[in-house]
Write a protein that binds this ligand. Structure first.
Ligand code: CMP
Length: 140
């Protein structure tokens, strides 16, 4: 099933100049970018994006980190894109991520974990719509 997912290359990975490496891995895995945007999130925009985590103890430090520097936001399309992207990223905690995954290569710890990916179709719809109006998505 062809589906869409949202990816964010987080401030830590942007600082490490890993944007190109990460997008190369998306393309090699059959995840085709249909929208790409580099931006700096305000704290409020990061809080809105991660609103489902509002009651978690890490919410403030997560949203402070996510607004600490530029990010690259991508909408990706491909066969089983959500699952495929999550496999490519590896476990949330880079220490537990399989060798060869993006988080194993570029993440430092569970907070500074290089990339974000949608976890379900409903989440992907919300997350893509949070950054991109439908008319900004290319057809590929
Ligand atoms: P992400 O895929 O962006 O979705 C939510 C984020 O919260 C997650 O990646 C981590 O960066 C962060 N996160 C999840 N669990 C923890 C935790 N226990 N401590 C700190 N940050 C966390």
């Amino acid at each position: 099933m062809t589906e869409r997912t949202l990816a964010i290359i987080k401030p830590d990975a942007v600082k490490k100049n890993a944007i190109g490496d990460i997008i190369k891995q998306y393309e090699a895995a059959g995840l085709r970018p249909v929208a790409i945007r580099m931006m700096q999130l305000s704290k409020a925009v990061a809080e809105g994006f991660y609103a489902v985590h509002r009651s978690r103890p890490f919410f403030d430090s997560l949203t402070t980190f996510m607004s600490s520097g530029p990010v690259v936001v991508l909408a990706l399309v491909g066969e089983d894109a959500i699952k495929r992207h999550r496999e490519l990223m590896g476990a949330t905690d880079p220490a537990k991520a399989a060798p060869g995954t993006i988080r194993a290569a570029h993440g430092a710890n569970i907070e500074f974990n290089a990339v974000h990916g949608s976890d379900a179709p409903e989440t992907a719809r919300f997350e893509i719509g949070y950054f991109f109006p439908e008319m900004d998505l290319a057809v590929r």
